[in-house]
Design a protein around this ligand. Structure first.
Ligand SMILES: [Zn+2]
Length: 672
């Protein structure tokens, strides 16, 4: 093959591969087996290696991930980026329709309804039909140049079917099936699973290393041809078809609606069907069909007047953002979590919502005290979609990411190129995870159904990172998680509730103090148990008692005593105990059990009056030491304790030859 032939072959190969891509992604049909396509791609690659002068930016081989970037370049958008106003019910969408009719002074308006895909908004620029720049939305005016990452997405054409200069907009998303598969793989590798497909997609696009985007198998729907004016068709419906014709993947479920009634039908229809699609849908985008009308209405501050996001109700509700906690995940990742005033969301009470990361809080401009809209969509934990700023109280507090980890007090850092913050102590997450495993295990709180896997899941979702968090969980917090059907969520909440009642021994064990296992905890309980009725008592006692005194408990020893004193000297541990108390953890009253086995198996009978204690007290002491106290003397009796003025039992003991002892001897027996 000479150079000229190679060039021709390269051109032809590119065209065939391009057509196969178009058929698959846009027309939804496969015109060539994958393996054949791979083989053609390979041939193209080899030829280009030989004749690098023929490599063009639109070649399918250029999808291969390039080198990681140092930082993203900024891109100023040609077309300003808007966001949509929302409608949540039929009434609101009818009002939208009425307003449009009034302003246009006509009753003759039609619409295009499209599914609103929950992903990441992107803006693509093509010059003479070649993909040149891909950008994120950013602040609406300036975004980040993520071209390299977007090139790796097969459904984004590198070359259009016409050599046009255009700007289009769309949504990068991750398929639910891909999301599940990737999460399974991540879990196997011990990596934290993605919270939801939207984050996984956005995270992939915003990584400096394009290999990450490749690994996430992202996809993209295009829905807007936004520039130049002369290329934009007369209606939204035609616009979508034109995008398809240019080679873009357009979600096929869009529909022309003659009036708002048909829009409402579409919206109702998809309310039922949406879960079945392999991507997330968070509503319907309703656009006035005629461009002429769109132009007439124009924009308000931030949103077009001619379009609206028509969301489904019930899965959203408003509530108060009471606080923002940071949870440390099992990799040390810091997740800010919204503590909400409990609110009913799609049938269950929700108290927590994820805020994902610091950027998200900033984007939402969420402040403590704000009234927020929480949403539960699909199978993820609830998140805050919007802050109602008009309702913001004067004393609303801006959240500041703490500089120190709430658990281990190491610095909190944000690695370069990452959206998330991490605890700089590499062991923090893992250690915390192990602590929680132990805390809920049989030896500790013994919470049925809360094994390591579920603990991991809850940690990754940002629902828990410290033991007390567990006791604040509500059914609605759990239900969206994978493996949690309605039933299992309510079972777990019930088990947690039950576990709040715990014996002192198991509570001490659960704290995971070094050298203080079940046995030591039991010894401590036997020694101090009388003085500890609740968690406050526990705190007070161990803060006051000396190491010496703990050390002297038989079987405890100096090592454990030192660790106990040390544990109770840390403020964070005391806070943890206080939180447990606040969560409703109470110490179970126990039947007296033998403290030691000093008098094991020995049977005592008391007769007459004792000077140092009541007879009942004496009996109790015997029991505590493992002995038995009965009321009548028999051959089985080991000791009869005779006080002042002994009665008939004394005589009977004599007769049977049972050993009789005085009070002094008895006191010696029961002393340490
Ligand atoms: Zn830490």
């Amino acid at each position: 093959m000479n150079k000229k032939q190679a060039k021709e072959r390269i051109e032809k190969l590119k065209k065939v591969i391009r057509e196969a891509r178009y058929a698959y992604h846009v027309l939804d049909k496969s015109i060539m087996p994958d393996s054949a396509l791979d083989s053609l791609k390979h041939e193209l690659f080899e030829l280009e290696q030989k004749y690098p002068e023929f490599i063009t930016p639109d070649s399918p081989t250029q999808r291969i991930a390039g080198k990681p970037l140092k930082e993203f370049k900024k891109v100023r958008h040609i077309v300003p980026q808007w966001s949509f106003n929302d409608a949540f019910n039929e009434q609101e969408i009818k009002e939208f329709d009425e307003r449009i009719k009034r302003e246009l002074n006509t009753n003759n308006v039609d619409y295009t309804a499209e599914l609103k895909i929950d992903g990441m908004h992107i803006i693509l620029t093509y010059k003479k039909g070649i993909f040149t720049t891909g950008a994120t939305r950013g602040d609406g005016k300036v975004g980040e140049d993520v071209t390299q990452n977007l090139k790796t997405i097969e459904s984004i054409p590198l070359r259009l079917r016409k050599d046009l200069d255009v700007v289009v907009e769309g949504e990068v998303y991750m398929k639910k099936s891909v999301f599940r598969k990737l999460n399974e793989q991540r879990e196997k590798k011990g990596e934290p699973p993605f919270a939801n497909p939207r984050n996984a997609a956005a995270g992939g696009i915003r990584q400096l290393d394009p290999k990450v985007a490749v690994e996430r198998h992202l996809d993209c729907f295009i829905y807007d041809l936004s520039w130049p004016e002369k290329e934009i068709p007369k209606t939204q419906f035609e616009e979508l078809n034109k995008l398809k014709a240019l080679g873009f993947k357009v979600n096929k479920n869009f529909r022309y609606c003659r009036d708002i009634k048909e829009v409402i039908e579409y919206w109702k229809e998809w309310r039922e069907k949406r879960e079945k699609e392999d991507y997330w849908i968070d509503g319907v985008v309703v656009k006035l069909n005629r461009r002429e009308y769109q132009n007439k209405l124009g924009y308000t501050g931030k949103a077009p007047r001619w379009a609206i996001a028509f969301k489904w109700p019930g899965k959203q509700a408003t509530t108060i953002l009471k606080d923002i906690l940071v949870q440390i995940g099992r990799t040390g990742k810091v997740t800010p979590v919204a503590v909400l005033k409990p609110v009913n969301l799609a049938g269950t009470v929700v108290t927590r919502a994820t805020l994902h990361n610091a950027d998200e809080i900033e984007r939402l401009d969420a402040r403590i005290g704000d009234t927020v809209i929480v949403e539960k969509a699909g199978d993820v934990i609830p998140h805050i979609v919007k802050v109602i700023k008009e309702l913001r109280p004067k004393n609303a507090k801006v959240f500041k990411m703490p500089d120190k980890c709430p658990i281990c007090h190491h610095k909190i850092i944000r690695p370069e190129g990452e959206v998330a913050h991490y605890c700089s102590n590499k062991n923090c997450g893992a250690r915390q995870r192990n602590r929680l495993y132990y805390f809920v295990s049989k030896k500790g709180f013994d919470i049925q159904g809360l094994g390591p896997k579920i603990v991991d899941q809850l940690m990754d979702a940002g629902l828990i990172s410290q033991a007390p968090d567990i006791f604040f969980l509500k059914e609605g917090d759990l239900q969206p998680l994978e493996r949690f059907a309605e039933k299992s969520a309510s079972n777990l909440v019930e088990a947690i509730e039950k576990a709040k009642n715990i014996t002192l021994g198991r509570l001490i064990t659960a704290l995971g103090i070094k050298y203080v296992g079940e046995e030591t905890a039991e010894l401590i309980k036997n020694h101090f148990g009388q003085k500890i009725k609740n968690i406050s008592d526990l705190i007070n006692l161990f803060q006051e008692v000396s190491q010496q005194e703990i050390e002297e408990i038989e079987g405890v020893g100096p090592k454990a005593a030192k660790e106990i004193k040390n544990w109770f000297s840390h403020k964070s541990n005391i806070e943890l105990l206080k939180k447990l108390e606040k969560a409703g953890v109470v110490i179970k009253k126990e039947k007296k059990e033998a403290i030691s086995e000093k008098l094991k198996g020995k049977i005592f009978v008391f007769t007459g009056e004792l000077e140092s204690m009541s007879r009942d007290k004496a009996k109790e002491r015997v029991k505590e030491l493992g002995g038995k106290a009965t009321n009548s003397v028999s051959r089985k009796t080991d000791f009869v304790v005779a006080g002042k003025n002994p009665g008939s039992k004394f005589q009977r003991a004599k007769k049977l030859g049972v050993k009789i002892i005085g009070e002094k001897e008895f006191l010696e027996m029961i002393s340490h």
